[in-house]
Design a protein around this ligand. Structure first.
Ligand code: PHE
Length: 453
């Protein structure tokens, strides 16, 4: 059984609020900006299928592991791991999972806030009609001028960071839960409205074909790595975000089905985002494989050329910003909860200090697009590329692998059984196989693939 029944940081009001909060963490820039273009580059439907397999066999078990560890410890990931390793006589080295997560969180949040700031900037640009009837060159120039101006970027980064700090400083229930209660339903409604708009556009059939046409020939070894890596990032796994949120889950909530619902919601949003973006792109005869530019150049351009595009384009970037903020607040939770526990500090003070540190780290990302564009940390990676690469491709997979190994092998069967509500029968064997073997081995393959691929 869980050692404590309540966390000192607060508890989700219900199982459904946890589902919304975790879905809020999962649904973010990874779904709306990254997933569509990755799917496009990797053969559409065949890639989507591969991604679903990764979500089911790696993502779901690792998320279950994070949530059950968090609920068992009822503290920040670092202190949860401390307590569990002491209680069950395991090596203190496992606590490194918690520390690595905190470091990864600082790195990810520092650049996540910068990119999220871009979407805030675009809300204003769309709403003011600046892109109405713009040509490709004009949309391109707007984005490039924005990237070239560090002060502008810093301003939007600051606004987004202040919003994030404000929400997290108010606490788990008053801050995070209140934001989630508003933002998540709104996000689903906006997505639905945009989907309706896409369905009626000329490019709908072509967009659907692009997303679901099973073209296995375009898949290669690298697509498998990309699909698994994306499954990881999009589900917020490997750095303790789900472990931290798991600490606030009521004991009565069944972990298995809850996690499946979260993964489904995340997947539905990613697929829906693709179904919003591609028909619009096709309807306007634009390029699909633009990578990072897809959302910030093609989408404003496409909306600028359409009837009512001003309204729907504004809605689009509001949607992206909501999705990003509910992810940003979860990225900071492992560090925030730890500092509150360790120094008995006021949550608001810790939130502000954390925000300031990430803000300063984020300046490096801002400069990577202008003054430091030619400063290369390793190979030809800018500061931003480097921070993104190390956190996402190295720290998250490694963290996830060790979390799965800990939950699969180091924790006693009785603890797992009580948390998952399963007995010693075949379900417990299945857990060992999936969480102890399949998930970590798959991650190891990805990790090695990324390093040596
Ligand atoms: N899942 C978020 C997204 O898709 C990003 C994230 C990563 C959030 C890690 C929390 C932890 O944008």
């Amino acid at each position: 059984m869980a050692t404590d029944t309540e966390s000192r940081h607060g508890m989700w009001s219900s199982r459904w609020l946890f589902i919304l909060a975790a879905a809020g963490s999962a649904v973010g820039l990874g779904n709306i900006w990254k997933f569509p273009y990755l799917a496009g580059e990797n053969g559409g439907g065949a890639f989507v299928l591969l991604y679903l397999v990764c979500i089911a066999f790696v993502g779901v078990p690792i998320m279950m592991a994070e949530v059950l560890l968090g609920r068992e410890g009822r503290q920040s990931p670092i202190n949860t791991m401390r307590q569990l390793t002491r209680q069950h006589n395991r090596s203190a080295l496992w606590v490194l999972i918690g520390w690595a997560g905190v470091v990864a969180g600082f790195l990810i949040l520092s650049y996540y806030v910068v990119i999220a700031g871009w979407s805030l900037f675009y809300i204003g640009q769309m709403a003011s009609g600046a892109l109405e009837g713009a040509t490709g060159a004009q949309a391109d120039a707007l984005f490039n001028d924005f990237l070239a101006d560090p002060w502008q970027m810093i301003m939007w980064q600051t606004i987004f960071m202040v919003l994030t700090v404000y929400i997290i400083s108010r606490g788990v229930v008053k801050g995070i839960e209140t934001a989630i209660r508003w933002f998540m339903p709104t996000l689903f409604v906006l997505l639905f409205v945009l989907l309706g708009y896409a369905v009626t556009s000329d490019g709908w059939a072509q967009g659907v074909d692009f997303m679901f046409g099973l073209d296995f020939a375009s898949l290669d070894g690298n697509s498998v790595l990309v699909a698994l890596g994306q499954a990881f990032f999009t589900l917020s796994l490997g750095m303790g975000a789900m472990m931290a949120y798991g600490a606030y889950v009521p004991n009565s909530a069944p972990i298995g089905s809850t996690v499946v619902i979260i993964a489904l919601l995340d997947t539905v949003v990613a697929v829906a985002a693709g179904l919003v973006i591609f028909p619009i792109v096709f309807a306007n005869g634009l390029e699909t494989g633009q990578g990072p530019g897809l959302m910030f150049v093609t989408i404003p351009l496409a909306f600028g050329q359409m009837p009512l595009g001003i309204v729907f384009g504004t809605i689009f970037f509001v949607l992206v910003s909501f999705a990003a903020i509910t992810s940003a607040i979860s990225i900071s939770e492992p560090a925030l909860a730890y500092l509150v526990e360790e120094y008995n500090a006021k949550r608001s003070r810790v939130a502000i200090s954390l925000g300031v540190i990430c803000w300063v780290l984020g300046i490096g990302t801002v400069l990577s697009f202008n003054h430091w564009a030619d400063v290369h940390i390793v190979g030809n990676m800018t500061y931003f590329d480097f921070v993104d690469y190390v956190s996402q491709n190295i720290m998250l997979p490694l963290g996830g692998m060790f979390i799965a190994l800990f939950a699969g092998w180091a924790l006693p069967k009785t603890v797992i059984g009580a948390q998952l509500g399963i007995d010693d029968g075949w379900l417990s064997v299945l857990w060992k196989i999936v969480c102890g073997i399949v998930a970590p081995v798959a991650v190891l393959i990805v990790f090695l693939g990324v390093l040596f691929g």
